[in-house]
Write a protein that binds this ligand. Structure first.
Ligand SMILES: [Zn+2]
Length: 73
């Protein structure tokens, strides 16, 4: 379980759909496409970094996540 610090994730949109982007420790921004976030911030399935050299692939929790964040773009 990897906790994403509050400063390293934010709401965004993908094709008009609200979702989240997460900043990996390597600096890469990962869009949570096809992921779900539980009300306590647990993301599933595992988040995989798109940077080829990184290899990050873990279940993550969004620190400070509130379920109401899902509705704000
Ligand atoms: Zn990475």
């Amino acid at each position: 379980m990897h906790v994403i610090a509050y400063d390293n994730w934010k709401p965004t949109t993908l094709n008009g759909r609200p979702t989240f982007s997460v900043k990996c420790d390597c600096g890469e921004t990962i869009i949570l496409d096809a992921h779900t976030v539980t009300p306590d911030g647990l993301v599933s399935p595992a988040v995989e970094c798109t940077a080829r050299s990184c290899g990050f692939n873990q279940l993550v929790r969004l620190q400070g996540f509130k379920s109401c964040d899902m509705s704000s773009p």
